[in-house]
Design a protein around this ligand. Structure first.
Ligand SMILES: Cc1cc2nc3c(=O)[nH]c(=O)nc-3n(C[C@H](O)[C@H](O)[C@H](O)COP(=O)(O)O)c2cc1C
Length: 227
């Protein structure tokens, strides 16, 4: 299922942000020596840097997957953490849960986006100041990051931190907003692309088929000297 079809089926047609920006490197300023050094580190799969995999995800009835006990992005977040020894995982959760019914949830999210709401969060990341790198995961909601992710971005001091985004949606894409939006709300953060955008249905239903792609992406980040 292409994202275009999702838009058609759900009536999300007018946002015009849909196919831009996927897979672009925002920063290529890594010296060959530094890259080689980090590639060496990567071979052992370890890094000196402290890494957090933070994600927002929703269980319940969802697009093309029926009722799920573990959200698509949650599955992807856990897999990313499994591939990075020592990484911690943090779930961004809201005080008020979204409707388990898919249609109802899309309506709730639409109103929140239109009103630029900041839903209150129920979880707080411990020792956030200690992390060098934050992998940030979310489902695409209305061609954007879900509003709780904006609350998360505005809740911490991001100076000196690198954010690497990943997401799930109806297609294998990112929102295309990441390198503009994330630093605007996560003040002081530097965003590194490429992010990883995968079909939520595939992550949910063919989970192990995704792992080679996750490994490849992480290796690419290591070779860039990001990890
Ligand atoms: C409120 C809502 C809005 C969504 N908007 C989009 C969208 O704009 N584009 C898209 O491709 N998928 C959209 N989807 C589908 C989700 O991005 C997709 O099902 C995702 O994998 C869900 O991840 P999760 O299980 O981690 O919440 C939307 C789903 C919901 C619930």
């Amino acid at each position: 299922m292409k994202r275009r079809d999702f838009i058609r089926l759900t009536g999300i047609g007018t946002l015009g942000l849909l196919f831009s920006g996927c897979g672009i490197f925002s920063d290529k300023a890594v010296s060959p020596a530094a890259a080689a050094e980090n590639a060496g580190t990567a071979a052992e799969g370890t890094t000196e840097k402290k890494i957090l995999v933070a994600f927002f995800s929703r269980k319940g009835d969802n697009y093309e997957v029926g009722y799920i006990e573990k959200g698509n992005t949650h599955i992807l977040a856990d897999m990313i953490a499994e591939e990075i020894p020592g990484a911690d995982v943090f779930e961004i959760r809201t005080v008020k849960e979204y409707a388990a019914d898919y249609r109802e949830c899309t309506e709730e999210a639409k109103v929140e986006k239109e009103q630029d709401v900041r839903p209150q969060l129920a979880t707080k990341a411990a020792n956030f100041q200690d992390y060098d790198i934050v992998f940030l995961g979310y489902p695409i909601w209305w061609s954007d990051l879900p509003m709780p992710v904006y609350t998360f971005l505005e809740s911490y001091d991001w100076h000196g931190k690198t954010v690497i985004p990943f997401c799930t949606s109806a297609g294998d894409v990112m929102t295309g907003l990441e390198d503009r939006v994330i630093p605007r709300y996560a003040k002081g953060a530097q965003v590194k692309l490429p992010g990883l955008g995968l079909s939520g249905k595939r992550v949910q239903q063919e989970t192990e088929s995704v792992r080679p792609q996750v490994k490849k992406w992480i290796n690419e980040l290591r070779q860039m000297g990001v990890l």
